[in-house]
Design a protein around this ligand. Structure first.
Ligand code: S3P
Length: 172
């Protein structure tokens, strides 16, 4: 079985995925880390040196590689993964796969991204006032893809353990 965590940047996909995987005794894979290991570069370096289009191409290839693994996994995607190259359809059409959208408000994302935007090439160069407008528009556009997930869980104002508990109940 595969549990795929979907959501905007800084929605907690990786942190929650790792703990959920432990609880369920599944393997945990973070797609960004997987790409970094395979390409021997950080995501920021890939964006800088090879550009976003290259990143989207390999993101699609590695996602497909993971979706055919015959293994119990919790897979955390990148924020953009569901929105390119038909990836959301690849995921939905995969056997024994549950999709979960970790829903965040604009305010939560802006607060979290303000502290950690340097590792994220899409927002690294934005000033604080630009960030709010960027996130509002971007999140709105991307919600169309995120909302194709089977389960949706609002994560604002919840701690990681509460979220993991809710997900565990949802999936059992
Ligand atoms: C991206 C999100 C990042 C990473 C890349 C692009 C996006 O992952 O895949 O920087 O398009 O939203 P996180 O959601 O883990 O930050």
């Amino acid at each position: 079985m595969k549990i795929v965590l979907i959501g905007y940047m800084a929605s907690g996909k990786s942190t929650i995925g790792r703990i959920l995987a432990q609880k369920m005794e599944f393997s945990f894979i973070d797609l960004d880390n997987y790409i970094e290991e395979k390409e021997k570069m950080t995501v920021s370096e890939i964006f800088d040196k090879k550009g976003e289009i290259y990143f989207r191409k390999i993101e699609h290839v590695y996602l497909k590689e993971l979706m055919v693994l015959d293994k119990n996994i919790v897979l955390s995607l990148g924020g953009g993964t569901p929105c390119y190259a038909g990836n959301m359809d690849v995921i939905i059409e995969s056997k024994n796969t549950s999709t979960i959208y970790l829903k965040t408000s604009i305010a939560t994302v802006v607060k979290r991204l303000t502290n950690e935007k340097n590792q994220r090439p899409l927002v690294a160069r934005l000033k604080e006032d630009q960030l709010v407008e960027f996130v509002a528009k971007h999140l709105f556009e991307r919600s169309y893809f995120y909302n194709k997930s089977k389960y949706k869980l609002t994560v604002d104002n919840k701690n990681v353990h509460e979220i993991v508990e809710e997900l565990h109940k949802l999936l059992s």
